[in-house]
Design a protein around this ligand. Structure first.
Ligand code: CA
Length: 227
């Protein structure tokens, strides 16, 4: 994953570049608006971290030009505390998130990971597909091998989460918080019951079985490797 940092303060830029490299990202650093725009358009970063006050072009102008140039990668804005109103403006203009300076690196890294997981803005998928299982996010419909499957709202939410995070083992605590708004300590039996119903509908009459239980860890939806 490649991240472009556009930041004119050398200390902040170096600090971010070093931290993100240590976290395993490839990093480009630009120190002016025009250089940042050039790299955003031509170096194909997965995410841009964009300071607002920049020489040459400010962050807003850079963001507008990135979008005009047809690029939909997510943009995380860095704003100073006295530019709080700017945050709203940034989000309206198509930024994906913002951080107020000063921020901790841990916070930045958490935001970066969340945004990258969410995928590219502007190209948000309207349907999800794994093997012959399809989930239509707009019409809230699910089908497998072309056959319509009726799900309750919770079952739909559960399946959507599993499909979005395909191949990832999801702990019950995460499922509880994402689908039920419950805490880790809540009764996880609810999840098991819903999971059993979901599997009966999605997996029982089809091959291969897509939802797997990972004992002691949680659940994963993936196409199993051929035995
Ligand atoms: Ca600056």
């Amino acid at each position: 994953m490649k991240i472009l940092i556009v930041e004119d303060e050398p200390k902040t830029g170096d600090y971010l570049r070093q931290g993100l490299r240590e976290a395993g990202f490839t990093v480009d650093l630009a120190t002016t608006g025009p250089d940042g725009l050039h790299l955003a358009l031509h170096a194909d970063p997965d995410l841009v971290i964009l300071d607002v006050m920049l020489p040459g072009m400010d962050g807003w102008q850079v963001l507008r030009a990135i979008r005009t140039g047809g690029k939909t990668m997510p943009v995380l804005f860095l704003t100073a505390r006295d530019q709080v109103d700017d945050r709203v403006k940034g989000l309206e203009m198509g930024a994906d998130d913002y951080l107020v300076k000063p921020f901790s690196f841990a916070e930045l890294l958490a935001r970066v990971r969340t945004i990258l997981r969410r995928g590219r803005s502007g190209t948000e998928a309207t349907s999800l597909q794994v093997a012959d299982l399809e989930l239509d996010l707009l019409r809230r419909r699910v089908s497998r091998a072309g056959k319509r499957i009726d799900l309750t709202a919770k079952e739909f939410g559960l399946l959507e989460l599993l499909m979005r995070r395909q191949g990832e083992v999801l702990p019950r605590s995460l499922i509880a918080s994402q689908v039920w708004d419950m805490n880790f300590d809540s009764d996880t039996n609810v999840i098991e019951v819903a999971m059993r119903r979901l599997r009966a509908k999605v997996d029982d009459s089809f091959e291969p079985r897509l939802i797997q239980t990972v004992r002691g860890m949680g659940y994963v939806l993936e196409v199993p490797e051929p035995a």
